[in-house]
Design a protein around this ligand. Structure first.
Ligand code: MLT
Length: 391
C-alpha cells in the first residue's frame, strides 16, 4: 500500500484548524480571558423565522408515512433547483435552467470536489491570497498551480495569467480581501478562457453582500460565460446555513471540453459519490427564496454589513489601512510595518483577546495583512474594536 504522496506537499494543518488549535491552547492557558472570534467567517445570527418554519414543517413530514422521503434526487429536489433558477438567475437576466443546477452540502465541498472531473495534467491558476481549499485540493490531486498575485497595487484584482492556465479559480466578492470585480474585468477572464480552452470555477459564495450597483452577482452576467464557467453558491453566508449545510453548483450544458459535456460528467460524479443534501435542509433552502425568507435574509446581511462598516471605520480612525468590507463581509487590513500577520494574530489574541486571520494563511501575497470578519455579533464587534484601540 502506498499513500497519496501529494498530501505531503500540503502545509501540516488546514488554515482554520490551525487557528482553532492556537486559540484553544490560548484559552486553556488563560481561562479567565473572554475571547472574541472574528477569525473564521462563521455566522452568528440564528436561522430566520420563515426558514425555520419550513425546516420544522419538513421535519414533521419525515415523521409521517404519507410524507416521508428517502433518498433525494441526484441533482437535488426540483422545488429548490427551480427556485434557484428563477430567483438567482432568470430574475437577473441569466438563462440558467434547473437541470444545470446541482444541489450539494455546501460550496466548500463543491469547490474541493469539482477538480475531480479534470485531468491531473491541467495547470491550475489561483489568486494569491486565496481561499485555501482551491489550492489545497489541487495539491492533493498532484496538479501544478500557478499564482495570480492580488496586491494593493492592482486593487486586489488578478492579472490575466501570462502562462497558459487550464483551470482558473476566481472568488468575488473576494475571500479574503473583501474586494469585488467589475463586469469588464471579469469579461477579460472569460475571453481568456475562450481563447485558451480553459474553465473558470467562479465562487460566488458572498454575492449577497454586494451593495454597490454595477458589480456582477453572477459570472453568467458576462457574455459567453456559459461556455467557460462553473459557478458555486452557498447558503452559509447569506442564510446562516454553516451548520445546516447547503450549496449548489451551476454546470451549464453549453460547457463542453474535448466534445464531452461537463454537466454530464459532474452529474455522473454527483450520482456516484453523493446522496444529496437532506430533504429538510433543501426545504429550508427553498424558504430562503420565499418573500418572507428573502426579506429576513437581506435584513441579516444588512446587519452584518453594519459590522463591516463599523470595523472599517474604527480601524481607519486608528490609522490602519483597510480594504474590502463594502461589498463583502471581510475586511483586509495592513498590519503595522515591522510585523507579520502571524505576529499581529498573536498580539491581538494576547493583548485584546480578539481572533482574526493572518494574511499569510492565504498565501505569500497575504504577508503583512490580516483579515477580520463582519459575521460576529454586533456588540462583540464593537467591543473588539475598543479592545484593538486599547493595544
Ligand atoms: C472563511 O473564513 O474563509 C470561510 O468561513 C471558510 C469557509 O467558508 O469554508
Amino acid at each position: 500500500m502506498k499513500i497519496n504522496k501529494d498530501y505531503l506537499n500540503l502545509s501540516e494543518n488546514y488554515l482554520f484548524s490551525e487557528i482553532a488549535s492556537r486559540v484553544k491552547k490560548y484559552g486553556a492557558e488563560h481561562p479567565d480571558k473572554e475571547i472574541i472570534r472574528l477569525g473564521i467567517g462563521d455566522v452568528t445570527k440564528p436561522i430566520a423565522e420563515p426558514i425555520m418554519a419550513a425546516l420544522k414543517s419538513a421535519v414533521d413530514e419525515m415523521g409521517k408515512k404519507e410524507t416521508f422521503r428517502g433518498y433525494a434526487p441526484d441533482r437535488g429536489y426540483e422545488f429548490l433547483r427551480k427556485a434557484i433558477s428563477d430567483i438567482d438567475y432568470k430574475k437577473r437576466g441569466c438563462d440558467i435552467e434547473p437541470d444545470e443546477i446541482f444541489v450539494s452540502d455546501g460550496a466548500k465541498s463543491d469547490c474541493g470536489n469539482i477538480q475531480e472531473i479534470f485531468d491531473k495534467d491541467n495547470v491550475v491558476a489561483v489568486t494569491d491570497p486565496v481561499y485555501p481549499v482551491y489550492a489545497d485540493t489541487n495539491v492533493m490531486a498532484g496538479r501544478k498551480i500557478i499564482y495570480m498575485p492580488c496586491t494593493k497595487e492592482n486593487g486586489f484584482i488578478p492579472e490575466i495569467p501570462k502562462k497558459k492556465a487550464d483551470i482558473i479559480y476566481l472568488c468575488f466578492p473576494n475571500n479574503p480581501t473583501g474586494t469585488v470585480i467589475k463586469k469588464d474585468q471579469l469579461q477579460k477572464f472569460i475571453d481568456y478562457a475562450q481563447t485558451n480552452d480553459s474553465v473558470i470555477i467562479y465562487d460566488a459564495a458572498y454575492e449577497a453582500y454586494i451593495t454597490e450597483e454595477g458589480i456582477p452577482h453572477s459570472i453568467y452576467e458576462c457574455e459567453g460565460a456559459k461556455e467557460v464557467a462553473i459557478e458555486l453558491h452557498s447558503f452559509s453566508k447569506n442564510a446562516g446555513f454553516t451548520g445546516l449545510r447547503l450549496g449548489y453548483a451551476v454546470v451549464p450544458k453549453a460547457l463542453k471540453r474535448e466534445g464531452v459535456s461537463l454537466n454530464a460528467l459532474w452529474a455522473r460524479r454527483h450520482a456516484t459519490k453523493y446522496n444529496g443534501a437532506p430533504y429538510i435542509v433543501q426545504r429550508a433552502g427553498e424558504a430562503v427564496y420565499s418573500e418572507a425568507g428573502m426579506k429576513a435574509v437581506m435584513t441579516q446581511v444588512r446587519e452584518y454589513m453594519e459590522n463591516a462598516t463599523l470595523i472599517r471605520t474604527k480601524l481607519s480612525d486608528m490609522g490602519y489601512e483597510v480594504f474590502g468590507g463594502v461589498n463583502a463581509p471581510y475586511i483586509w487590513m495592513k498590519v503595522p510595518k515591522e510585523m507579520s500577520g502571524w505576529d499581529f494574530f498573536d498580539l491581538l489574541l494576547d493583548k485584546a483577546n480578539v481572533v482574526g486571520t493572518p494574511g499569510e494563511g492565504f498565501g505569500k501575497c497575504g504577508a503583512g495583512y490580516f483579515r477580520l470578519t463582519a459575521f460576529g455579533d454586533k456588540n462583540d464587534t464593537q467591543r473588539a474594536m475598543e479592545r484593538i484601540k486599547g493595544i
